[in-house]
Design a protein around this ligand. Structure first.
Ligand code: PMP
Length: 287
C-alpha cells in the first residue's frame, strides 16, 4: 500500500474520506497538526512530536481526546495495516464541527485525521545541497504553534518554487533578521560556531532542531549560539543548512544569488547529518 487514512475512529482509503462542510478546520484553519517519520517500520522521535502536539492543543484550548498511548497505538496500526516501512504520518486535529461563529461553540468534539504515505526521499538534496530564496516573513506572531494556518509558509515556498529553488528562508523585514525556513529550521556555521534562531514565538520548535542541538552538536563539541542574525550575516557564513522531519539535515549552498562558503555542502553539516542518521538507526533498527 502507498497510503492509508484514518478519520474519527475508522481506517479508510483517502478517496472515501468525507470532510464536514462546517468543520472549523476547513472554515478557519482552526486546528493543529504534526508530521512524524517512519524508518524501517518504526516511528522516529514520536514522543517529541506528541509533546509538541499536546502543547499546540493547550495553546489553542482544544480539549484532549486521545491519550499518548492511544496515539502511539494508532501510529502502529497505520504502519502495520499499510505495511509502509519508510514513510510519513501526517496527523491533524480540528476543533470540531458547528455552525460558523468566530468564538468557540460549546461542546465541540475534535476531529482527528491521519494519513500515512511512503516518504519522498531527496538524497540528492542532502548530497549536493539546495538553493533557497530569501522571502519576507509575513506570518502571525505565534509561529511556535503548529496550526493548520500555513498561508504565510505556503506563499513563501511557492515563491521559491517558482524560481526553481527548493526552500524559502524567511526574514522579518523591520528587524532584518532571519527566523526559519518555510517548512524547516535554519542553521549556519560561521568561524566554526553553529548559529540558529532562539526558541520563541517567531519560530517552530522543530523536533529535528532539538535533536541536532541536544544530541548531535555535542558529539563534535560545537559551540551553539541561539541568537537571531541578518541575511547579510548568513551570506558570509561558511556553511548553512535546514532541518526538518522530511529534509533531516539538508545543506543550503545558495541563498538567492549568494553562494554560501565554497558552494558545496560543508564539513560540519555532513557530520551533523551523519550523527542524525546514526540516531535514527539506533532508534529504528530493522525488526
Ligand atoms: N519550521 C516550520 C515552519 C515547519 O513547518 C517545520 C516542519 N514541520 C519545521 C520548522 C521543522 O520541524 P520538525 O523538525 O519538527 O519537522
Amino acid at each position: 500500500m502507498k497510503e492509508l487514512g484514518y478519520f474519527d475512529g475508522e481506517f479508510i482509503t483517502l478517496d472515501t474520506a468525507k470532510v464536514r462542510l462546517e468543520d472549523r478546520g476547513y472554515e478557519f484553519g482552526d486546528g493543529i497538526y504534526e508530521a512524524s517519520r517512519i524508518y524501517n517500520g518504526t516511528s522516529f522521535a514520536l514522543a517529541r512530536h506528541l509533546e509538541r502536539y499536546r502543547r499546540s492543543m493547550r495553546e489553542l484550548q482544544i480539549p484532549i481526546t486521545d491519550t499518548d498511548e492511544e496515539m502511539i497505538a494508532l501510529h502502529e496500526e497505520l504502519i502495520q495495516k499499510s505495511q509502509i516501512k519508510n514513510g510519513t504520518i501526517y496527523f491533524q486535529l480540528t476543533r470540531g464541527t458547528a455552525p460558523r461563529t468566530h468564538y468557540f461553540p460549546e461542546k465541540m468534539m475534535p476531529h482527528l485525521s491521519m494519513v500515512i504515505r511512503e516518504s519522498a526521499v531527496h538524497s540528492d538534496w542532502q548530497e549536493n545541497g539546495i538553493h533557497a530564496s530569501l522571502e519576507e516573513d509575513v506570518r502571525w506572531l505565534r509561529c511556535d504553534i503548529k496550526t493548520l494556518n500555513l498561508l504565510g509558509n505556503v506563499l513563501a515556498k511557492q515563491s521559491a518554487h517558482k524560481k526553481g529553488y527548493q526552500e524559502a528562508i524567511l526574514y522579518r523585514k523591520e528587524a532584518n533578521l532571519i527566523t526559519e525556513g518555510s517548512s524547516s529550521n535554519f542553521f549556519l556555521v560561521k568561524d566554526g560556531v553553529l548559529w540558529t534562531h532562539p526558541l520563541n514565538n517567531l519560530i517552530l520548535k522543530g523536533v529535528t532542531r532539538s535533536i541536532i542541538v541536544e544530541k548531535c552538536a555535542p558529539k563534535f563539541d560545537l559551540t551553539i549560539v541561539e541568537k537571531a542574525f541578518s541575511p547579510e550575516f548568513a551570506y558570509s557564513a561558511e556553511e548553512a543548512f535546514v532541518t526538518s522531519t522530511t529534509l533531516e539535515v539538508t545543506p543550503v549552498t545558495f541563498i538567492n544569488r549568494h553562494q554560501i562558503g565554497n558552494g558545496e555542502p560543508g564539513k560540519v553539516t555532513r557530520q551533523l547529518l551523519q550523527a542524525y542518521h546514526e540516531i535514527i538507526a539506533q532508534e529504528c533498527s530493522k525488526k
